[in-house]
Design a protein around this ligand. Structure first.
Ligand code: NAG
Ligand code: NAG
Ligand code: NAG
Ligand code: NAG
Ligand code: NAG
Ligand code: NAG
Ligand code: NAG
Ligand code: NAG
Ligand code: NAG
Ligand code: NAG
Ligand code: NAG
Ligand code: NAG
Length: 647
């Protein structure tokens, strides 16, 4: 596995260019900060370096995962009210024949448990997942032009309670929230101020054409300085620190890639507090010391705006995210210990969920990069052993001494966090199937590269299903709908169109949402770009985003005229059961068509090579500035490895 991943990583290096926007040299940063003060906040006390702050009157501690946090519970009251009116709007254009869906929402709205509770999950898969997931969110967003026309799904995002992201999907979610919950159409603009400039290379740093603050050398100096500042403050660092910082330049529209933006600051922003956006959640896996291959029994952690932790019975605890880095012991912060803030740097958190990307740095010698960049990167790499190249080090371990009897990490001084897809659960379903969250339906966008041609084949769903069945002690009351094996996914075309799983809530080991599976599939472009192809001109970026929108809307319901109705039915299904409502005939017909019927065909399928469902968009004819990919990419792109599937 290792040698292959090495080769791949070097290709990753060659193609990754960020389009950071930062204050031009000589411009006062404070002015910039005031300009962006509506966004997630630059509230770290000392840039990238975590540092001591006064503790609040009630000292932070670890709490049991038996319930949702008081913060989430309180926030849900506001959000659920907003989603209720958003659902009414949604059913203003998504019609269910002979059934008044908006009237139904009105009727049940006084008892919030009856109102449908929606989660959206964006899988990993590097830039492919970022862009394909962005297409889904764009189509679901009522702010997108014409998205509330007939056959479309605008307003689903506004109706959702939760929005989970993993790895590349986590970049998407974080980029949105760090940029003031910007609509996707505002992140993918054409001008040189566009936030998402994927034609630039992460190794070279911000584009010289626009908001140039640094040349490539200085860019790495800045990153290096930031990580050193963390080290000097007494914190362990890993490649994830460098990687997370570099990604931030590309995803966060603020000075120095938002060096002082924390993930926990999302909870402090007014629009989030008002319940105006879904609750974002990122997923990462725990890795036990000296364990190199992650199995289905990995502890699955989540980052939400208030907390970091896990519902898994191994650790079964949550710690306040903003005080990560404080030296907790036995679940408490001893009186001799200070409160630390700034550890949850936004880039570090998103880098933790996508730590497989770290591999990129190890390929530096085999790239055709200028030698001064190689030297800089090698300098960085010197201290880092390649055995632990995919971890993010969380030291001090906030769960040290917590639940000694069951927790495999209670004796560990550092907690090792890795890419959320390393256990193959590449769709962040885990936070959304927790019974305490009572999610009714999950829109699961799968951008995984499972097949030889980088299309999904259900592997992520299979992994989550198997965990619920095979690791009963870990699944701890969570249930998941039965799904077939991957061969069946391919043979029956379940990866070519949306499929519902768990339609029959009685055929399950416990309460579970209905899962609307939305696999990556070519409509207007071949969106199966390799995970390690990391440079995209604006034409291709926009084509993949548009393709993602077509996937979730079935091309505005032109591929299936009933589709938007059926999405409405999926949303309402569990609520109908709770309120003993007769399922409308139109929904029965939807379930007939889109629910997996339980049949399988496990014979080995022929190679899966779908063609575009619609006329392909030309990638050539755009005025947008293109960046020619290094020829090295083409060579390396021929190599394929399962290791990169999960990013
Ligand atoms: C979470 O709730 C606790 C207790 O109600 C409160 O002290 C804390 O400030 C809240 N955290 C955030 C980030 O709002
Ligand atoms: C929106 O719909 C109107 C009316 O059908 C059409 O003229 C316009 O071009 C559409 N805009 C976009 C961005 O699709
Ligand atoms: C990015 O930042 C620039 C400069 O502060 C601002 O003009 C622009 O609106 C921002 N873009 C987004 C999508 O927030
Ligand atoms: C996880 O599973 C692997 C392989 O089955 C096993 O070696 C390891 O001990 C397990 N780890 C824990 C913490 O259960
Ligand atoms: C790359 O080359 C430099 C200098 O030749 C060497 O010190 C370094 O160990 C090499 N790095 C890797 C990851 O092989
Ligand atoms: C849990 O283990 C830690 C580290 O071994 C130890 O310091 C602590 O006293 C233990 N706590 C309890 C409650 O047993
Ligand atoms: C599905 O994906 C897995 C993971 O990459 C792969 O091992 C398997 O061969 C694939 N099967 C099919 C039928 O595509
Ligand atoms: C779907 O609708 C959107 C918004 O009106 C439009 O931009 C897009 O081209 C449409 N796609 C198809 C396949 O009709
Ligand atoms: C709300 O609905 C739930 C489930 O439908 C029911 O169990 C509960 O009693 C209702 N609460 C009220 C106050 O009516
Ligand atoms: C019903 O549950 C059984 C056992 O988990 C499973 O084998 C079967 O495929 C399920 N049927 C459907 C339609 O999900
Ligand atoms: C954009 O990138 C694609 C894929 O590399 C390439 O085929 C196309 O020619 C490029 N388009 C432009 C306008 O440069
Ligand atoms: C439903 C269920 O099994 N919950 C368990 C989850 O794990 C914790 C910690 O081990 C138990 O206390 C719960 O009973």
């Amino acid at each position: 596995m290792k040698p292959i991943s090495f080769i791949l990583s070097l290709s990753a290096l060659a193609g990754f260019l960020p389009g950071a926007i930062a204050a031009p040299e000589g411009i006062n940063n404070d002015l910039y900060i005031s300009d962006i003060s509506r966004r997630a906040l630059p509230n770290a006390p000392n840039g990238y370096a975590p540092s001591k702050v006064d503790c609040p009157a009630s000292r932070p501690s670890v709490r049991s995962a038996a319930k949702l946090s008081p913060n989430e519970t309180e926030w849900l009251h506001k959000r659920r009210e907003k989603t209720t009116s958003a659902l009414k709007d949604f059913f203003g254009h998504v019609k269910i024949p002979n059934f008044d869906a908006a009237g139904y929402i009105d009727k049940v709205k006084d008892n919030i448990t009856d109102v449908p509770n929606i989660g959206i999950a964006a899988s990993g898969g590097g830039y492919r997942a970022l862009m394909n997931g962005a297409g889904a969110l764009k189509a679901f967003d009522s702010r997108t032009t014409n998205s509330t026309s007939k056959g479309q799904l605008g307003g689903l995002l506004q109706s959702a309670t939760y929005l989970a992201g993993l790895s590349g999907g986590g970049w998407l979610v974080t980029s949105m929230y760090m940029n003031n919950f910007s609509a996707i159409s505002n992140l993918e603009t054409e001008n040189e101020k566009s936030v998402w400039q994927f034609g630039n290379n992460i190794l070279e740093g911000p584009d010289a054409g626009s908001f140039q603050i640094v040349d490539t050398g200085k860019y790495w100096d800045h990153i290096h300085d930031a990580v050193n500042a963390k080290k000097d403050a007494g914190f362990a660092t890993s490649i994830t620190d460098y990687w997370g910082r570099a990604l931030s330049y590309q995803l966060i529209n603020a000075t120095e890639g938002g060096i002082d933006y924390t993930w926990s600051s999302i909870a402090e922003t007014q629009n989030f507090q008002n319940g105006d956006a879904p609750m974002p959640v990122l997923v990462a896996d725990g890795r036990y010391p000296d364990e190199l291959v992650i199995g289905g029994n990995a502890t699955v952690y989540e980052f939400n705006p208030w907390e970091f932790g896990t519902f898994d019975p191994t650790v079964y605890g949550f710690v306040p995210l903003k005080f990560l880095g404080s030296k907790f012991s036995d679940g408490y912060l001893p009186s001799a210990e200070s409160c630390i803030r700034g550890f949850d740097n936004a880039g570090y958190v998103l880098g933790s969920s996508s730590s497989l990307f770290n591999q990129a740095y190890l390929k530096v010698n085999s790239t055709s990069l200028p030698s001064f960049i190689k030297d800089a990167l090698n300098g960085i790499l010197q201290d880092i052993g390649d055995k632990n190249d995919d971890i993010a080090v969380y030291k001090p371990n906030p769960f040290f001494g917590y639940r000694n009897e069951t927790s495999p990490v209670a004796t560990q001084h550092d907690l090792d966090i890795v890419d959320g897809g390393e256990d193959l659960q590449n769709i962040p379903l885990h936070p959304l199937i927790q019974p305490e969250r009572h999610v009714d339906v999950i829109f699961a966008v799968d951008s995984s590269a499972d097949t030889d041609n980088s299309w999904p084949n259900g592997t992520a769903l299979v992994a989550t299903y198997e965990r619920s069945v095979k690791h009963k002690h870990l699944s701890n009351g969570t249930a998941f709908p039965a799904v077939p094996d991957q061969n069946t996914f391919v043979n029956k075309g379940l990866n070519t169109r949306p499929t519902f799983f768990g339609c029959d809530s009685k055929n399950m080991t416990g309460p579970s949402p209905l899962v609307v599976y939305l696999p990556n599939y070519p409509y207007v472009t071949f969106s199966n770009v390799s995970t390690y192809e990391l440079t995209y001109n604006n034409t291709q970026r926009n084509a993949i985003i548009e393709n993602g929108a077509d996937i979730v809307t079935m091309a505005n319901s032109t591929r299936d005229s009933e589709w938007s109705t059926c999405v409405g039915c999926a949303i309402l299904s569990r609520s109908f059961e709770r309120t003993n409502t007769t399922v409308p005939d139109a929904c029965k017909s939807c379930f007939q068509k889109f629910c997996w019927d339980g049949s399988t065909n496990s014979t080995t399928p022929a190679p899966y090579e779908p063609d575009t469902a619609l006329q392909a968009i030309s990638l050539y004819d755009s005025a947008a500035g293109a960046v020619v990919m290094p020829s090295l990419m083409a060579t390396v792109a021929a190599v394929s490895a399962a290791f990169w599937v999960m990013l």
